[in-house]
Design a protein around this ligand. Structure first.
Ligand code: NDP
Length: 322
């Protein structure tokens, strides 16, 4: 079967179109016939070597499609079920395995492509807005890269919670999109100073929380945008990892809280996963949450898709289609 693998780390040119055997599900696993694989920034970290993976490695954790086989002990899924997961092994392929406990059925009314778009980025936006910093009315959140996959969903969930949102985007073309998602203020941070904007918007006080997955380039400005005892949520490295810093900095900048969460620890049980996906799918079905599929590429063009994502040329979700 077709699979996109890396045999060594590096740029998008390291993505190889390989022909590999169809995997067989082990106990507790399901095999999924992939219809859409979500492209996520983590795929670029793994491809580039920032996050180590065993080689050769088939990229792709987020997929949606049809169950094609179930392993021993799996009772809740049958062949033909329409499902999605953010925990696939080797999702950039025609068929991929996933633990049944981390697979969800896609409800009628939610398309397979939407489900592929929601599993990793939607779940991330969900735990960030609801658990990492439980947003509510009266809070002001600064959300970076707000036109991206996580960003557009996080803006909407923050608004659903009643918070005010200051969003940043890398170019003028992305401003209307983020305003359309509900952002109260949008800053083109490649041109304008987002810290100045955050302070102005909050009467000089600073924001309650910064959601920063840009990393290296925004770290200092994000710290300076927070109110005393505000929370810095560092959840990604799109521009490179945050450099090491002394804890004393948090004290000097206002007794700040700093956390570096990841999805893994927010979907540890099947019940937690299903609670979050039920909420996300429900929000889509009610019209409260819009999922933007910004671009689709054939799976074989995965390298082109990686270049577009890393080149800041995409908005919303990027899908690889079989
Ligand atoms: P996005 O669609 O948001 O794409 C990344 C965006 O980051 C770009 O579109 C760009 O937007 C912005 N960006 C800023 N500087 C750079 C740069 N130097 N190079 C590339 N992009 C840059 O991707 P995802 O939604 O997949 O992921 C967003 C972030 O969330 C990533 O950092 C990812 O690692 C993180 N993440 C973390 C998870 C967790 O649980 N911790 C889970 C999922 C994602 P602009 O041009 O508007 O600045």
């Amino acid at each position: 079967m077709l699979a996109i693998r890396i045999h060594e780390t590096g740029g998008p040119e390291k993505l190889c179109t390989d022909d590999i055997p169809v995997p067989m599900p082990g106990a507790g696993e399901v095999r999924i016939h992939v219809e859409a694989a979500g492209l996520n920034f983590i795929d670029t970290y793994q491809r580039g070597g920032l996050y180590a993976v065993p080689l050769p490695f088939t990229l792709g954790a987020e997929i949606a499609g049809l169950v094609s086989m179930v392993g021993a002990g799996v009772t809740e899924f049958s062949v033909g079920d329409r499902v999605a997961t953010a925990k696939a092994s080797g999702g950039y392929a025609a068929e991929a395995l996933a633990p049944a406990a981390h697979v969800v059925k896609i409800p009628n009314g939610v398309t397979t492509q939407m489900a592929a778009a929601l599993m990793l980025q939607g779940l991330t936006a969900h735990y960030l807005a609801i658990d990492t910093f439980p947003l509510k009315s009266g809070h002001t959140a600064l959300i970076h890269a707000a036109a991206g996959g996580v960003g557009l969903l996080l803006v909407q969930l923050a608004k659903r919670a009643g918070a005010r949102v200051i969003a940043t985007v890398g170019s003028d073309e992305k401003v209307a999109l983020v305003r359309g998602a509900g952002a109260d203020e949008v800053v083109v941070y490649t041109r304008d100073n987002f810290t100045t904007a955050a302070r102005a918007f909050t009467g000089g006080l600073g924001v309650d929380v910064v959601y920063d997955a840009v990393g290296k380039d925004t770290f200092a400005g994000s710290i300076d945008s927070l109110r005393p005892r505000g929370m810095f949520v560092s959840f990604g490295n799109a521009s490179g990892p945050v450099p090491p810093f002394a804890p004393l900095l948090l004290s000097q900048k206002g007794s700040l809280y700093f956390t570096r969460p990841t999805l893994l620890h927010h979907t540890q049980t099947s019940a937690e996963l299903r609670g979050r996906t039920d909420d996300l799918f429900g929000a889509v079905l009610s019209g409260a949450l819009k999922v933007r599929i910004g671009a689709t590429f054939p799976l074989k063009a995965a390298a082109e898709a990686h270049r577009a994502l890393e080149g800041r040329g995409t908005t919303g979700k990027v899908l690889l289609l079989l």
